[in-house]
Design a protein around this ligand. Structure first.
Ligand SMILES: C[S@@+](CC[C@H](N)C(=O)[O-])C[C@H]1O[C@@H](n2cnc3c(N)ncnc32)[C@H](O)[C@@H]1O
Length: 199
């Protein structure tokens, strides 16, 4: 499994988004697109944890599922409905492959005790000098991971770097997927090209 944890400091947990830029939810959406979608296909082994810490905690876990009712154009609506259904009716599995909960960051990391947890940080060890095995990757949003959280999880994570360029979160995910593709690590995808046949 390819596990990603995206840490958001700003997304509204109420699920009311006016547009794609509300509280920079676009960054999470671009990251989700680059985690799952390839040209004419959807990756089969992705587990994407959108963790939100903004007035309260929320976790939206998205697991590869061919029955998730989405395309890369309507992820905003899917996230919005998922949060609203959880907040109003405590629905934890609003759509196939989507799970919502209220959980602390440390408890999320504790649920990955069997994995190696890699924190993406420019100042970490260069990725090619580290063994990547059974990974969970933590990626920050445009504000990065808060200092106090970094301190709290210091002994649980291995800090790795992609080099000295400060990439967008979504670019980091794309690079990681490419890196894992080169390792032949859970590379399969569903071919969705049948949806795009014209004429
Ligand atoms: C746009 S950057 C965040 C910038 C933020 N001001 C900071 O300094 O953390 C988004 C996230 O991508 C990851 N990232 C960006 N460039 C990276 C690099 N060269 N190596 C490792 N991780 C990187 C980090 O997890 C970062 O929190």
């Amino acid at each position: 499994m390819r596990n990603f944890i995206f840490y958001s400091n700003t997304i509204n947990i109420n699920g009311n988004f006016n547009d794609i830029h509300t509280n920079r939810i676009d960054i999470a959406i671009n990251s989700i697109i680059h985690a799952f979608f390839i040209s004419n296909g959807i990756r089969k082994h992705i587990n994407f944890n959108l963790f939100i810490n903004n007035s309260d905690y929320r976790l939206i876990k998205i697991e590869s599922n061919i029955n998730t009712p989405w395309s890369k154009k309507d992820i905003l609506k899917l996230l919005s409905l998922s949060l609203i259904k959880f907040n109003k009716k405590k629905i934890k599995n609003p759509f196939p492959g989507i799970y919502v909960d209220k959980i602390r960051f440390i408890d999320l990391l504790n649920s990955y005790k069997e994995n190696n947890i890699y924190l993406l940080d420019r100042k970490g060890e260069y990725i090619e000098d580290v063994e990547i095995k059974n990974p969970v990757f933590i990626i920050g949003d445009f504000l990065g991971i808060p200092k106090e959280i970094k301190k709290e999880i210091k002994d649980m994570v291995i800090q790795i770097s992609l080099g000295d360029i400060n990439y967008f979160s979504s670019q980091v995910i794309m690079i990681l997927n490419y890196y894992l593709d080169r390792m032949d690590y859970y590379k399969d995808y569903w071919d969705t090209s049948y949806k795009f046949k014209y004429g």
